[in-house]
Ligand binder design. Structure first.
Ligand code: C2E
Ligand code: MG
Ligand code: MG
Ligand code: MG
Length: 275
């Protein structure tokens, strides 16, 4: 009698675990064919210059339609990273975003593409960026790459070399979701980022409790020579506080949700008329 477990309970647990694994397995398999089956879509969210209110850049955000449902990138990107499809998918997004930005008659704003750390530490990533730039004709200084701070020291040599190669081409590198990940301040100093994106958690906290983190982040970014972008700006109150604190650029639902290319062009026309 020393171990009385309920068989029923174990059964349910196993079944739930099995379902989850089966679901993940299906997604992983599905991801392998997502490109050829044309299930991937890139949407774009505007990033606004905080002082002039002009469009400063657009951020490319990936969408995947699988079995008639839209799967969130927060769910499928980690799976793509685990199964290795992130390299093909990442290259596809990069090409798509560069082409869309280059085809626009207005060249005054940049295009920001999220890249996985796995891409950034891969030996042929710089060649992949070169191909996207060459085939689209996009000016390299218009391309920004966003990487979430979860960088591991093992990969430092390739990472550092890739970042310097990108910077030599005048491509800008941004640290995304700043303040939520694992990177150290030391890394921030040694890697020489161009942009720092303040995570929306701090933007949301600012108006309710304290603006200390945003304030300190802006000062630190200035000292390091980084531009700052605040993410997840949803209210006028947040926008004006961020302007007061000297944040360079603003992004969030207050200005626009991520939009398909055509809807973005319409948004841009009305934005220019009304700002
Ligand atoms: P992220 O790069 O930090 O992107 C910002 C996320 O916040 C996006 O979610 C965006 O839709 C959402 N957002 C923007 N403004 C607001 C706002 O005002 N309020 C709120 N509540 N949310 C806002 P999304 O599109 O679901 O993307 C989630 C994450 O998935 C991204 O976070 C990024 O880390 C990753 N991701 C998306 N596309 C790609 C991609 O092409 N490659 C890679 N490696 N990762 C991607
Ligand atoms: Mg991002
Ligand atoms: Mg972010
Ligand atoms: Mg994020």
């Amino acid at each position: 009698h020393y171990k009385r477990t309920s068989p029923g309970l174990v059964g349910i647990y196993t079944e739930a675990l099995y379902d989850k694994m089966h679901h993940e397995q299906q997604l992983r398999e599905g991801l392998r064919q997502a490109i050829e089956r044309k299930q991937l879509l890139v949407v774009y969210q505007p990033i606004i210059d905080a002082s002039s209110n002009r469009l400063w850049a657009i951020e490319a955000l990936l969408r995947w339609q699988f079995n008639d449902t839209w799967v969130s990138p927060d769910e499928f990107i980690p799976l793509a990273e685990k199964s290795g499809t992130i390299h093909d998918i990442g290259a596809w997004v990069l090409h798509r975003a560069c082409i869309d930005a280059a085809q626009w008659d207005d060249e005054s704003f940049g295009v920001s593409v999220n890249v996985s750390v796995l891409q950034l530490v891969s030996e042929d990533f710089v060649a992949c960026v070169d191909r996207a730039l060459a085939s689209s004709g996009l000016a390299p200084q218009r391309l920004h790459l966003e990487v979430t701070e979860s960088i591991f020291a093992d990969d430092m040599a390739v990472l550092t070399a890739n970042i310097s190669a990108l910077k030599a081409r005048r491509v800008k590198v941004a640290i995304d979701d700043f303040g939520t990940g694992f990177s150290s301040l030391n890394l921030l100093q040694s890697l020489d980022f161009d942009l720092l994106k303040i995570d929306r958690a701090f933007v949301q906290q600012m108006a309710v409790s304290s603006d200390a983190i945003v304030k300190a982040t802006v000062l630190m970014a200035k000292a390091l020579g980084c531009k700052t972008v605040a993410e997840g700006v949803e209210t006028e109150e947040q926008a004006s506080l961020l302007r007061l604190l000297g944040v360079d650029c603003l992004q969030g639902y207050l200005f626009a949700r991520p939009l398909e290319k055509k809807a973005l062009q319409e948004w841009y026309t009305s934005w220019q008329d009304n700002k």
